[in-house]
Design a binder for this molecule. Structure first.
Ligand SMILES: *Cc1c(COP(=O)(O)O)cnc(C)c1O
Length: 386
């Protein structure tokens, strides 16, 4: 009856619909589904963070509208963490902006800089809000393929010259969802040079900066020279602290970019519940050994899953970071059909690569967010049908 806006009509189709439907149906039939599809930690939020929320929620001062720019105590905690983790000094008032989850900031950011028809450079496959946020702001995503032959990094040299001149922003996400690729400082230096030369904003999504293995520590673009004035970085407590449902993250970087995003947000939301901000302070400033134990759990699962898949002759790179395994489909079929086959014949849910963009075709993504016992069971089931 009512006509949807052109922007809504232009959003990419939701390709997981059929798999979602099949998954629900299988569950209703009582089948024992192993869900390797969801990128959502299975472990609970650490107890001391829950305790901090409980205490803060009892204080009536925390029941009122929160400050738009986030509580100073939270920004100070983020400032301290940045210094400890990356040796980067951020200004408390102008270079840090708490968010209602980083997805919120990532999706709203293009509203601050894109005019109708403006270009943003978006990797493919990618986390969907890069394309969605661009389209909702009236912009047009220009796709940068992430290919295995280039270590799933965008090939900046291949971006046509006129588009470089036209583009307003470029998205990067390392450690990467869904491919689990990581970026070297060499790539980051090239990216900064590319962005400086073409006057492009760099939007960097660091949701997985703390989920890493074998001693690897992902870096922040803000550590590198020339980044400060053109980078906005998005961080989240969702994955680091098993807090996906709580909705708390932040943006940091260029004061111009931060203040522009703050302006957009002041017209849309009214800040994060103060008690959750104080729980966030506890998460950032409390004992950090739980992050290590979270990574140790994923690392053990990673090794079990990868050894099992290799034994079956499947091809996948062992992740250095993130809790995703990006697997080449071991058959001549497309990713949606292969995911459907795994669900139908083995009661296993995986995410078809094409759901992250057309260059995700040929792959499936498995998440390490189920117990090692269930991963072993999944491997047994795959063996039976191969
Ligand atoms: C999970 C995830 C986020 C975090 O989203 P929140 O809104 O902070 O929960 C951001 N980027 C990527 C690539 C993710 O996978």
């Amino acid at each position: 009856m009512f006509k949807l806006s052109k922007k809504i009509q232009a959003l990419p189709p939701y390709l997981f619909l059929e798999i979602d439907k099949a998954k629900r149906k299988a569950r209703q039939e009582g089948r024992d589904i192993i869900d390797l599809g969801i990128g959502d930690p299975d472990q609970p939020t650490p107890e001391f963070i829950i305790e901090a929320l409980y205490n803060a929620s009892r204080d009536p001062a925390n029941h009122r509208y929160a400050l738009d720019q986030g509580m100073p105590v939270l920004r100070r905690a983020i400032q301290g963490w940045y210094k400890r983790r990356f040796n980067v000094n951020l200004d408390l008032d102008t270079e840090i902006l708490p968010l209602i989850g980083s997805k919120e900031g990532i999706a709203h950011f293009p509203l601050a800089f894109l005019n109708p028809g403006d270009i943003s450079l978006v990797p493919d496959p990618c986390y969907p809000p890069y394309k969605g946020g661009t389209i909702l702001a009236g912009g047009r995503p220009y796709i940068m393929p992430l290919l295995e032959s280039n270590n799933f990094l965008p090939d900046l040299k291949k971006i046509p010259l006129p588009l470089r001149k036209k583009a307003k922003m470029i998205y990067v996400n390392y450690p990467n969802n869904p491919t689990n690729a990581c970026a070297s400082d060499v790539f980051y230096r090239q990216l900064i040079e590319f962005a400086a030369k073409n006057k492009i904003i760099i939007v960097s999504d660091l949701a997985y900066s703390e989920i890493s293995y074998d001693g690897y520590k992902p870096s922040s673009l803000l550590e590198l020279p020339g980044a400060r004035e053109r980078v906005i970085e998005f961080h989240s407590l969702s994955k680091t602290c098993n807090m996906t449902g709580w909705r708390i993250g932040w943006a940091s970087g260029s004061r111009q970019l931060i203040s522009a995003l703050a302006k957009v947000k002041s017209n849309i939301d009214s800040g994060i519940f103060s008690a959750i901000q104080l729980a966030g302070v506890a998460a950032i400033e409390g004992p950090q050994d739980y992050v290590k134990s979270i990574c140790a759990i994923y690392q053990e699962r990673r090794d079990i899953l990868l050894d099992g898949l290799y034994a079956l002759g499947w091809k996948a790179i062992k992740p250095k970071a993130t809790f995703y395994v990006w697997i080449k489909i071991p058959a001549k079929t497309d990713s949606i059909s292969f995911a459907a086959k795994l669900l139908k014949e083995a009661d296993i849910v995986v995410t078809p690569g094409v759901g992250f963009g057309k260059y995700g075709e040929g792959y499936i993504r498995m998440a390490l967010t189920v117990s090692k016992e269930r991963i072993r069971e999944a491997l047994e089931r795959i063996k039976k049908i191969s």
